[in-house]
Write a protein that binds this ligand. Sequence first.
Ligand code: PLP
Length: 416
Amino acid sequence: MQSITARLAVRAQGRTPSPIRELVPLMKIPGIISLGGGYPNPETFVFSDVEVRFKSGAAIRLTGKGLTEASQYGASDGSPAMRQTLVEWHKHKDDVVLADNELVVLNGSQEGLFIMAYLFLDPDDTVVVSEPDYPGALSAFGAFAKGTVSIPLDGHGLDTTELGLRLAGLTEAGQKLPKFVYCVPNGHNPGGVALSLERRKELVALCERYDLLILEDDPYQLVRLEDGPMRPTLQSLAPERVVRLDSFSKIFAPGLRLGYASGPAEAMRQFVLFKQASNLHTSSFAQALLSEFMRTAGYDGFRTEIAKSCVLYRKNRDAMVAAARELLPKSVSFNVPTEGMFIWFELPEGCDAKRMIELDTRTDLVIAVPGSAFSTRGGLRNCLRASFSMVTPEEIREGMVRMARMLDKEQRRAKV
Ligand SMILES: Cc1ncc(COP(=O)(O)O)c(C=O)c1O
């Protein structure tokens, strides 16, 4: 397997750590007198006491040393308390044990997408993405390289047979292979599907055969709409070639901007170098809130809280599925999501969801995102992403009544 360093884009090669930030862990040694850091004096910090109460009934209080740490600059890979909590959480959730240098706390998983693109993509590189895919990832990748190898998505996730054919084709033609495979394995945004266990294994086998890295972006893993065991993460199947992104946006509070990357130490080292040059570290305050909450709730307790939130999403998913089955024409197809917040609707060929929204949303008063917003090739015009996260079951049903009306007009326009 080629080393992580050998895969870096030109811009990321030969970078050295910030000499000052590298001293941060040393400043924490008990008894040390630090004349090194340019930190502001904690006596000047504005907070005296912070108490946060949670809907679960739990409460946390930041005072004294804890509050000073939450208000102060911190280490680029994350606060020690947060990192220890996350290592334990990761083991609890995924049954994967991370070493201390295999985890970096991020400003949400979006930061991880950008860092991966920054680190690995030269302008003539490509990334494997699905068609459709999450626009936030496409724009992060597109900031550094324009090329994608777009692989269709079906009810079982990324079509790995098609990926195998494309990789074989590129190899035969002597063309450059993609830098990594981007994959949202659960509750795909916008596809609303999960990668089946069989496909997970096939994907890993392909990446081993062609020596590709995998970027596993899994913000919907715990937004579970069905009971039963979780599928193994791609990281658990191939830890040496997967950079995994976990997010607290959908399970804690998106505004705190918290997530973490985990993966090979060599890759995480590069993530830290990026953070040193971009934002120094993720907010100490946000990390303190999350790590204190997780410590107070316990990992099972946190999972129980997350499962309670999922009840709302399940109800809404069920309402959308029932209304779609009852009200939309049979020519419209969709998969029932097992995680996440989205259903992807495929209208008959010839329909144009963007045109439909532009012409009819103002009168029919319902909106969804046209499929073309998720395409790397200006395709998917006959598709639509509907989200069930921010509406009530009643609004979902009424929304589907209105959607059926719009669709009827669009089908007549498209003459299908
Ligand atoms: C697939 C996917 N990846 C990443 C993100 C970004 O998440 P975060 O809030 O953790 O940055 C989103 C947000 O919607 C998403 O759907």
